[in-house]
Design a binder for this molecule. Structure first.
Ligand code: SF4
Ligand code: SF4
Length: 358
């Protein structure tokens, strides 16, 4: 919508002002040498030039544990429980913004998820431009997530002494309302933004050996690849890769009832397609009983299924799963290995069929 300039020195005053307007502010802060998204009570704790966070900001839109409704088992009454508060998430990286764009699509398609929608409506997203790779395992440039999608309310770009503040929505305007330490950009401010944006691209490399648009077809023809068995042999089925992933949203649902079996609540908690019991159904059948099948399913979702269902990739290249996996199973290596296997298969000379002679 429009661009403003804010001196970096005004950031703390802005955060304090937002808190006084009854917003809960969360953002990256340091903890034991890593960074987590957490409530910012002291603006000094907010770190906008953090590398990456352990868990993505998804946890505020899809909490790890959430009561969906409460019920009375005797009267059979139930009522939905939706508790939200105005929340500003600061410092969301562009890959995580792409993940939120996917979550928005998923949870608003078909049977819309009213809990997600309520959290999302109450959330203001202040994203930040990534100017250098955040970690070894990230491959955002390959996945096309190095620029911010439209989902942001405000988007910050670090210009050195100032932030360029891109206003993406009316909610973004609302966050700047009445704050005097922002001004309209001049020609030289636009030039500064352009220079910073131009300088950032060479810092990132393409890490996928194929183009991202080739992934759905590559995965289609790799359904029977021996690579899945190799990954299955290595995988510990710990589920960490899905727990840290900004685009994973599978959950389990349990009913918890009090001791006199009267009042209870239905609770949704994060689940993982990588753990053994995930696909156990009635009769004890497990339709994805081997780790190889579960690994295949995971990567099919990341590079094919989500794209086919929602038009967006299920992997945004954040690299968190690569950092979390104790046995070094990573999306980049997996996709690249499948690509190489495909290239070698193509290179094997095919038997020539001779034309019949007249
Ligand atoms: S699959 Fe891994 S790299 Fe891709 S979005 Fe999920 S955590 Fe990030
Ligand atoms: S983090 Fe690694 S070992 Fe654990 S389930 Fe995922 S791929 Fe398997």
């Amino acid at each position: 919508m429009s661009l403003r300039i804010m001196p970096k020195g005004a950031l703390k005053a802005w955060v304090t002002r937002l808190q006084s307007r009854q917003f809960k502010v969360v953002g990256p802060k340091s903890l034991h040498g890593q960074y987590i998204f957490d409530e910012i009570t002291d603006p000094n704790d907010l770190v906008l030039d953090y590398p990456t966070s352990v868990l993505p900001p998804k946890k505020f839109l899809l909490p790890p544990r959430e009561t969906l409704f409460r019920f009375n088992a005797r009267t059979m009454e139930s009522h939905a429980e939706i508790t939200v508060e105005p929340l500003i998430i600061f410092g969301v990286h562009t890959c995580d913004m792409h993940a939120i764009a996917l979550l928005d699509k998923v949870h608003n398609t078909g049977y819309a998820d009213q809990h997600y929608k309520a959290h999302r409506a109450a959330t203001y997203l202040v994203s930040i431009e990534c100017l250098k790779p955040c970690m070894e395992g990230s491959f955002c440039k390959s996945m096309g997530t190095l620029t911010v999608p439209e989902a942001f309310d405000l988007h910050l770009t670090d210009l050195g002494s100032d932030y360029a503040v891109d206003v993406g929505s009316e909610k973004g305007e609302e966050l700047l309302e009445g704050f005097s330490s922002v001004w309209e950009p001049t020609e030289s401010d636009y030039e500064r933004v352009n220079n910073v944006m131009a300088a950032k691209w060479p810092h990132f490399s393409y890490r996928l050996e194929c183009d991202v648009t080739e992934l759905p077809d590559l995965l289609s023809i790799s359904q029977k690849s021996p690579l899945w068995d190799e990954l299955g042999e290595r995988c510990l089925a710990c589920g960490m890769c899905t727990k840290v992933c900004p685009t994973c949203y599978c959950f389990d649902v349990t009913d918890e009832i009090d001791l006199n079996l009267e009042k209870g609540e239905r609770v949704r908690t994060w689940d993982s397609c990588q753990i053994e019991k995930f696909a156990v159904v009635a009769g004890g059948h497990n339709f994805r009983s081997s780790r190889a099948l579960r690994q295949r399913h995971r990567f099919m979702r990341k590079g094919k299924y989500q794209y086919e269902a929602f038009g967006l990739m299920g992997c945004v290249g954040c690299g968190r799963c690569a950092a979390a996996c104790l046995v070094h199973i990573t999306p980049v290596d997996t996709f690249n290995e499948l690509y190489r296997m495909r290239q070698s298969a193509k290179a094997v000379p095919q038997p020539q069929i001779k034309e019949p002679q007249p």
